[in-house]
Design a protein around this ligand. Structure first.
Ligand code: AMP
Length: 433
């Protein structure tokens, strides 16, 4: 047999039932959170024009796109993120939609990353974006939304890391460093390649004072907003637009605090993210068990305009569902994700199959997950299978059926009783609670 028949393509994964259930559970909570916050779902295609996706994704991600020519000769790519597609929508079909516009999307994304722990070539994100507001309350809303989402999922001990690209970009611009070079420096900072970032700054002829200031900013972080903000203000004193960025960050932090956010926030002045479109606050989420981010986002006020949609400021976040799933597992969260009571309906003999189908349908209509014995096994063998799986059985026998009754057998409690069909639902509920 050729090896391609018995394995997945490198970086691609199968989700077996337990993993699929966990991923869908995360998706369900993401959707519920979106509804609670007024974010409406949109579904965009997995394939888009390469130029759209490549426009502002940043060099690192651009190199990792799955790009191909379709049969019509179009240069297309598998989406490596949602934001470009959503911004395209806002610039076109949703251009006249009233603002603020709150959008939610969920699905799989593709990046030719080197597969490793928490990094795959096909992965899943839940994405929340708020369009139309430049106000700090929009940034604060997105961060509180992530907080509610992760809390609802049952994640513990997570924390936020927050920064503001306006601080560094403000300094770079005042130093006369062009946008392309700025992007390269930000990429290096994102990869924590400080030396290379400094080298690029020297290459761009930035002043010695500025190099010194960058080094200071890179060392400025902490969980006490007042002291970190004070330090940042002092460092960027001579750079007006960097000061503006620090004040904006301060307002967001203030709002989060007065809004009751209890989660720890690490403020990091030298924090950068690889995506090029960020213009303001940026944030990521971490758990102590993992050193890779579970999600990240920020403000991007110019992307919609770049796609021809006029000035529409935006802030958004992408939560990595695969990494949230790993974090839940590492934290020992329960593994039975919202499973309804499962039942196996066993006909005593083949002539009772029709009745078994009817009873199973009735159970399903009432919200129970009911399987039918489909292997043609004897009652004893079907029961031992149910025993192994720890599920309750409903046994359909001719004698009982004639009297309008069935046998209900609770596997874990090892209790068996004959019950009226009319009372079956009640009895199952009684037994299983
Ligand atoms: P980004 O779009 O790069 O800001 O990523 C947002 C989130 O998506 C990250 O924090 C991860 O949780 C997730 N993510 C990004 N790339 C991958 C990948 N290759 N494999 C798994 N998750 C990823």
């Amino acid at each position: 047999m050729p090896p391609v028949f018995n394995q997945t393509v490198r970086g691609m994964r199968d989700f077996l039932p337990q993993d699929a259930k966990r991923l869908r559970f995360i998706e369900q909570i993401a959707r519920e959170t979106a509804e609670l916050y007024g974010y409406e779902e949109v579904i965009t295609p997995a394939i888009e024009y390469y130029e759209l996706l490549a426009a502002k994704i940043g060099e690192e991600n651009r190199k990792r796109m799955y790009v191909f020519e379709d049969l019509g000769g179009r240069k297309v790519a598998l989406r490596p993120e949602f934001t470009a597609s959503i911004a395209r929508l806002v610039a076109t079909k949703l251009q006249s939609a009233p603002k603020p516009l709150r959008l939610f999307s969920v699905g799989s994304l593709y990046r030719y990353d080197e597969p490793q722990f928490g990094r795959y070539r096909e992965f899943w994100q839940a994405n929340f974006e708020l369009f139309g507001s430049t106000m700090p309350e929009a940034d604060a809303e997105i961060i509180s939304l992530i907080d509610s989402f992760l809390r609802k999922i049952g994640l513990r001990n997570y924390c936020f890391k927050i920064g503001h690209v306006g601080v560094l970009r403000g300094i770079f611009s005042q130093e006369g460093i062009d946008e392309e070079k700025q992007n390269r420096i930000m990429q290096m900072l994102d990869k924590k390649e400080w030396e290379e970032a400094i080298r690029l700054m020297k290459e761009a002829k930035s002043s010695l004072a500025c190099l010194d200031l960058l080094k200071k900013l890179l060392g400025t972080s902490g969980s006490d907003p007042a002291s970190v903000i004070k330090e940042m203000r002092e460092i960027v004193d001579d750079y007006p637009s960097a000061i503006e960025a620090v004040e904006n960050l301060n307002e967001i932090l203030d709002l989060l605090k007065s809004g009751g956010l209890k989660t720890e926030i690490l403020i990091d002045a030298g924090f950068a993210r690889g995506l090029e479109y960020y213009t303001g606050s940026i944030f990521e989420v971490y758990v102590p068990e993992m050193d890779i981010a579970l999600g990240g986002g920020g403000r991007y006020d110019r992307l919609v305009e770049l796609f021809g949609g006029g000035k529409v400021p935006a802030v958004g976040v992408a939560m990595g569902m695969d990494r949230i799933s790993i974090a839940l597992e590492k934290q020992g969260a329960p593994t039975s994700w919202g499973v309804s009571e499962r039942l196996l309906v066993i006909p005593v003999e083949r002539s009772m199959l029709g009745e078994a189908f009817k009873v199973a349908s009735m159970l399903r209509e009432n919200g129970f997950s009911a399987e039918i014995e489909t292997m043609g096994r004897s009652v004893t063998r079907a029961l031992s299978d149910a025993d192994r799986r720890g599920i309750t059985t409903v046994i359909i026998g001719p004698k009982e059926m004639k009297e309008g009754k069935v046998v209900l057998r609770h596997m874990i409690k090892r209790k068996q009783m004959t019950v009226e069909l009319d009372e079956l639902l009640e009895k199952i509920k009684e037994q299983t609670c």
